[in-house]
Design a protein around this ligand. Sequence first.
Ligand code: NAD
Length: 249
Amino acid sequence: AKDFTGKVAFVTGAASGIGEAVATQLAERGAKVVVADLKLDAANRVVEAIKAKGGEAAAVAVDVGDAAQVEKAVQFATDTFGKLDLAVNNAGIGGAAAPLGDYTLEDWHKVIDVNLNSVFYSMKYEIAAMLKSGGGAIVNMASILGSVAFPNAPAYVAAKHGVVGMTKSAAIDYAKKGIRVTAVGPGFIDTPLLQGMPQEAYDGLVAIHPVGRLGKAEEVAALTLFLLSDAASNITGSYHLVDGGYVAQ
Ligand code: NAD
């Protein structure tokens, strides 16, 4: 169903993995999509693929860890398509692997900038645009590591827990203004984020999911689109897992 017809969507980290799947599915269902990413060439390829299937999209370069660039990218969305209805704050990085005492200040700040500060910058400017557009819906891409820990990932775990908290905070502040804000918590998903990992480590990730496989970007996108849709009209401030049973065990 073309249930997003007439809607304008802004998706960060949309040149790869989960963000690409979200942007593609939104365009298939009628939304005009801004594909925002650090990698403009890859973002342009996603836009071309959407257009080849009859959809509408535009690419913009952004480093989500830089507030001024995020402000400009959201401005690009409203300049290009006239308003903003939907946003998916999805760009993120894995970051260095080390226990807290060995985590460098540089690695800490990088992960917090790209995975946590980015969500504040994004929501700040998206909400301003949505208030002018009469409301909207925002999904923040957290992780299972927004509710449980994982070895050697102090910054990532802190950032994703922070994203879940920020989601709740924004949701209650804007609930009466017609803006819904939710978070999605994927288990480990087979995307380029996990590439370059030794086979043994990959197999280990598969083994710790009760379903016995990693998730797919399309499965995360399906939940995200539900939360953005009018079918989710009474859902706000909540955090939704798509994790093959990971957190349940
Ligand atoms: P991915 O690496 O396939 O895609 C991430 C995209 O974000 C890339 O296109 C990259 O260029 C972009 N990006 C990175 N840094 C950026 C920056 N500073 N500014 C703008 N764009 C930037 O990763 P993915 O697996 O699709 O992850 C997407 C989101 O899902 C991330 O927030 C990640 O933490 C989260 N997540 C992923 C998994 C997983 O196992 N893959 C699990 C849980 C949550």
